[in-house]
Design a protein around this ligand. Sequence first.
Ligand code: GUN
Length: 288
Amino acid sequence: MVASVIDGKKIANELHVEIRAKADALAASHGVVPGLAVVLVGEDPASAVYVRNKVKATAECGLKSFEFKLPAETSEAEVLGIVERLNKDPDVHGILVQLPLPKHIDSDKVLGLIDPDKDVDGFHPLNAGRLSVGLPGFVPCTPRGSAILIEKVQPDLSGLHAVVIGRSNIVGKPMAQLLLQKNATVTIAHSRTKDLPAVCRTADILVAAVGRPEMVKADWVKPGAIVIDVGINRITTPEGKGKLVGDVAYAECAEVAGAITPVPGGVGPMTIACLMLNTLDSAYRAAG
Ligand code: GUN
């Protein structure tokens, strides 16, 4: 079997067009332009790329962005002060603090201060709780985007087994919650799971979110399975070139899977599209 490729870039671009139409409609009806504030502390190069892509997407979708680029030495109190100001600013419907933050800043403290109704990343404990009990709230963007990709291939997950590799609060846990809501039988696997390849081989839907380059091999994949690769890892090839790869050994797994996301061009663009969706939702809610 050769897997069909799930084109996240194309699906994300289609979402951008829909978001733009809805943002324009909100501006026409209520005079409200959805606004996203992005806070970046320090010079982490990967974070700088992510933030640039997020700001570019806001413009494409007809949203307003407010960028705060702060030096690495910025104090925790200053970051908390900015979040407090953004919480009160009626032009800001979404607040995103790019992670990781420098070590002297307590991320939990910063994320916990964001108004849960502007928490478009869905990282606030209140939104994590809402998701786990099935209440409406912001869903983290990567799992939300991954769920949309899965739905495109397989709308009905009843009776299917989903294995999520990775138990982070940002991806693994919310991904498992979303799959459970869609009636999949869900296993969360992680670094201490016994015989991880054997567990993965039982998956109809396999989501890899571990941050280990090309860890998932072809013999971990059940023939015909849907494979969603959340990883974005920068590696150096034997020829000395830089290259982005996922957590899945793409070429060999594509020979076994039924459908698979590439890296880049799979989950990454969907994460950004869902950030735009969450910001749009927030602005519609604020406009009543
Ligand atoms: N760092 C890596 N991914 C993310 C994300 O989705 N949101 C934020 N805020 N920081 C990140």
